[in-house]
Design a protein around this ligand. Structure first.
Ligand code: SF4
Ligand code: SF4
Length: 91
């Protein structure tokens, strides 16, 4: 089974407030854009025609890759509240 097929089995219950927030001023000046490349869910995008990045929190796998790999400390990240976030399924 491919990774994207496994991810498609997971269920998500988004928290009311996003648990990942890009620091806009830091991200605008960033040319690395590592977050876009490392997210296994493909949730980070560069907003077309701007210097801004956007993250779609509702499909977050809570792996922490974006926070770990960002070289600029450009992300505020917290666990979703209890009962919210990803629910993994084994198959
Ligand atoms: S989150 Fe990190 S890697 Fe992504 S745009 Fe912001 S500063 Fe750059
Ligand atoms: S925690 Fe993982 S799945 Fe969630 S946005 Fe960051 S890299 Fe993507």
């Amino acid at each position: 089974m491919r990774v994207d097929e496994k991810i498609a089995l997971d269920a998500f219950k988004p928290d009311e407030a996003p648990h990942i927030k890009p620091r806009l001023e830091v991200c605008k000046a960033c040319r690395d854009r590592v977050c876009v490349r490392v997210c296994p869910g493909g949730l980070w995008t560069v907003v077309e025609g701007t210097d801004e990045v956007r993250v779609e929190c509702s499909g977050c796998l809570e792996c922490g890759s974006c926070v770990t790999c960002c070289p600029n400390g450009g992300i505020d990240w917290a666990q979703p509240r209890g009962g919210c976030g990803v629910r993994y399924r084994c198959g």
